[in-house]
Design a protein around this ligand. Structure first.
Ligand SMILES: Cc1cc2nc3c(=O)[nH]c(=O)nc-3n(C[C@H](O)[C@H](O)[C@H](O)COP(=O)(O)OP(=O)(O)OC[C@H]3O[C@@H](n4cnc5c(N)ncnc54)[C@H](O)[C@@H]3O)c2cc1C
Length: 454
């Protein structure tokens, strides 16, 4: 079978490339190769009771399969150039925003109708932040929620399945350059195509590195974000989350001048484990359905760590810190803020006595034994700064879960068409290192599909 276009990866980048091609070039033969399962077969065995930790499934259902890493995410669709990636550097700010709005409309048409769009525009909270040296980033955010996000993916799959050939549980091993195109090599066979879109996300980062090295495509990498997930009573942030849902606030610490930012805010949500290459880190979810909501709000506080030459393994550095927390706590560690600042480890007894009920069953411990001083100092300073706009943030009972790590893929060298140095070989989404979000990844998919259709 020879295809006009082969897409590698069925995350948002791959899905929206396929979607746009079916709309603009229905005559083209398109295939999607996905290492993970079809959407209805994706199930993580961790249930918190019988299976508490990762058992190393051959294909991780949280990160892989139709819908990609975003399938069970909170579905916060951020329409902004201020964060979520640097797509605008390649295609311009206006165009990037237009594409994000376009994808938002498709999400609404495929099941997201009725979900709320929050915006920072005109918010009085921005002024309040600046008065305390906190900086609120501009964005509109559509909150689909984990439940509706799944419905949208299901509907998109039902639309695509008769127009595009899907190969699930089929990891691509190699890409060969041929006369006039490419050959996609899997264990099951070799598939020729005219053009190839690679959209392999975070989980495909090691494979992407291998492909870039084999095809001599230049790459750059130097960043990892490390921090904690904060959990507190929903009332503390309700004046912010009711208006904005998610607020990205940046603070520059007085002590070191490092930037600390809030990330992935989940009003009335739950803290969850995340498995990255067998290392347990922490993340958060929230639901649109009131029946599934909790009494707590959680968000991450992250410090960006940039490295310079000769050190290249920024993700390895983040993994080592996460591994340390796993070594001490057998997984994620939780500590009360009051214990942390008094230099005491938290005990299960003190956690049980607290005026907040944790939503994740983590090991009570001491985060100061895990996080480097500079990062921990930055987080503590930020908590006190946030306390000025959301009094109660620095309460003794505020829970800190660690560690949260945000890994970044190396950046692959592509041109303004997101095309590598090879004609017709496109690299998009989080796997390219250019995007780090549902919206930017999806927009990059639409963008290359339009280029190909032209
Ligand atoms: C728990 C969680 C919550 C998140 N919440 C949000 C959120 O609320 N808002 C937001 O904007 N972002 C969120 N994100 C990030 C968001 O999911 C990603 O930015 C987005 O999914 C990136 O899309 P992508 O298509 O580039 O890659 P991915 O979604 O990672 O998809 C890549 C796909 O490629 C497949 N693949 C990899 N290698 C191969 C190979 N060799 N052959 C075949 N297939 C391969 C993978 O199996 C995967 O399915 C979250 C991420 C996680 C993990």
């Amino acid at each position: 079978m020879k295809y006009d276009v082969i897409i590698i990866g069925a995350g948002p980048g791959g899905i929206f490339s396929a979607y746009e091609l079916t709309k603009l070039a229905p005559h083209m033969k398109v295939a999607v190769f996905e290492a993970g399962h079809a959407l209805n077969k994706r199930r993580c065995p961790i249930d918190g009771k019988k299976i508490k930790t990762c058992i190393g499934c051959k294909s991780c259902s949280i990160m892989s399969g139709f819908g990609g890493a975003g399938a069970f995410s909170d579905g916060k669709y951020n329409i902004t150039n201020d964060f979520g990636g640097t797509l605008y550097e390649y295609i311009g700010k206006k165009h990037a925003l237009e594409l994000m709005h376009y994808v938002d409309e498709i999400n609404l048409a495929y099941g997201g109708e009725g979900t709320k769009l929050y915006t920072t525009a005109g918010s009085s909270f921005k002024k309040q932040c600046i008065q305390h040296d906190l900086h609120l980033l501009e964005a509109s955010v559509r909150h689909l929620g984990t439940d509706i996000n799944y419905v949208v993916l299901e509907n998109l799959y039902n639309y695509l399945k008769d127009k595009v050939d899907f190969y699930f549980d089929t990891p691509v091993e190699t890409i060969n350059i041929t006369d006039g195109g490419y050959e996609v090599v899997c264990k099951e066979g070799t598939y020729p195509c005219g053009k190839c879109i690679i959209s392999v996300g975070r989980i495909g980062s090691k494979w992407m590195e291998k492909v870039c090295s084999e095809l001599d495509i230049p790459t750059h990498s130097n960043r990892v974000d490390i921090g904690v997930r904060v959990e507190l009573p929903a009332e503390v942030f309700s004046h912010i989350t009711d208006e904005l849902y998610e607020s990205k606030i940046v603070y520059r610490t007085e002590k070191y001048g490092d930037k600390v930012r809030t990330f992935c805010m989940n009003p009335k949500g739950a803290v969850v484990n995340e498995n990255t290459n067998g290392i347990i880190t922490v993340n958060g979810h929230s639901y649109e359905d009131p029946a599934k909501q909790t009494e707590n709000t959680n968000f991450a506080l992250l410090v960006a760590k940039h490295f310079s030459e000769p050190f290249k393994d920024s993700n390895g550095y983040g993994e080592s810190i996460a591994r340390l927390s796993n070594m001490l706590g057998g997984g994620v560690i939780v500590q009360r803020f009051g214990d942390l600042i008094r230099g005491k480890r938290s005990t299960q007894e003190r956690i049980d006595e607290a005026f907040i009920t944790p939503t994740l069953n983590a090991t009570a411990g001491d985060l100061s034994l895990v996080l480097p001083k500079r990062i921990l100092d930055g987080i503590i300073e930020m908590i006190y700064a946030l306390d000025k706009v959301a009094p109660g943030t620095a309460n003794d009972d505020t829970l800190l879960y660690g560690v949260e790590v945000k890994f970044y893929n190396m950046e692959v060298e592509v041109n303004e068409k997101l095309q590598s140095k090879y004609d017709g070989l496109y690299i998009i989404g989080d796997g390219s290192g250019i995007t780090h979000s549902l919206s930017h990844a999806s927009a990059s998919g639409v963008y290359v599909a339009r280029n190909i259709a032209e």
